[in-house]
Design a protein around this ligand. Sequence first.
Ligand SMILES: [Zn+2]
Length: 268
Amino acid sequence: MSNIVIFKNMPNDNEFIEWIDENPKGFVLNIHRRQDPSNIHESHPRIHFANCSQLNKKPGSSTTGDYFKVCSNSIEELEQWSWVKYQKGLNPCRICKEKGLPVEQLTGIQNFQVTSALSLKSDIYKLEKRLASEANSNKRTEIETLIKARLGQGRFRQKLLELYPNCPLTGLDVQSLLIASHIKPWSKCNNEERLDPSNGLMLAPHIDALFDSGLITFDTDGTIKIHPTIDPENQKRLGIAPDMKLKIRPESEKYFEYHRNHVFQKEE
Ligand SMILES: [Zn+2]
């Protein structure tokens, strides 16, 4: 499931250089092998665009030198990896940041969202394993905080499943596929709003993608509003139609209002 590739102690660096060539839009964590990012006082892993000039791509020194590389096409995946491995978020390279590295996706402490039931379970499992072997009390506290956050997300998901046993638009009721979607986006929420079941919906993955990216929203009476980018032909392909309606619970309306005004893409 994971698309993360780690290049460490290669006999040569060709595999890393090949990965870069094949994934020009990918991202690379450059981690010093003598600095241990799991030490609270050491720096956060640095993230670069795959094509960053700061990354050494000479055969014989990229991964066999002082640094090893963790690569993926997904920033979220790398950030999650860093959290599970080091209980730390990522630090963007200055040059890559100027070139548009989407740092707003690097959301910092505990701020990525675990949406699927599977990734949530494996996350908690890894953290608990780590906790069992950790003696340092500061680190234990950090790990316990992360576990609590995951459990909170698990309860959020569970409550949402009770409210929405299936996707209200498509009817999909395969629980492992349903995504616990926030109405007001996670990144804009305070901690209370993040775990408020009124701020959530269970959605089929493609509906979640539409809702999350602001290509659909819902009027006060619950009628779907579809962005013109999604023409009737594509509406059919996605299984949505302009006459679809959602039952908006009164306590959820303030979140839907936010979505309508700030997430739904403005029509040109
Ligand atoms: Zn860079």
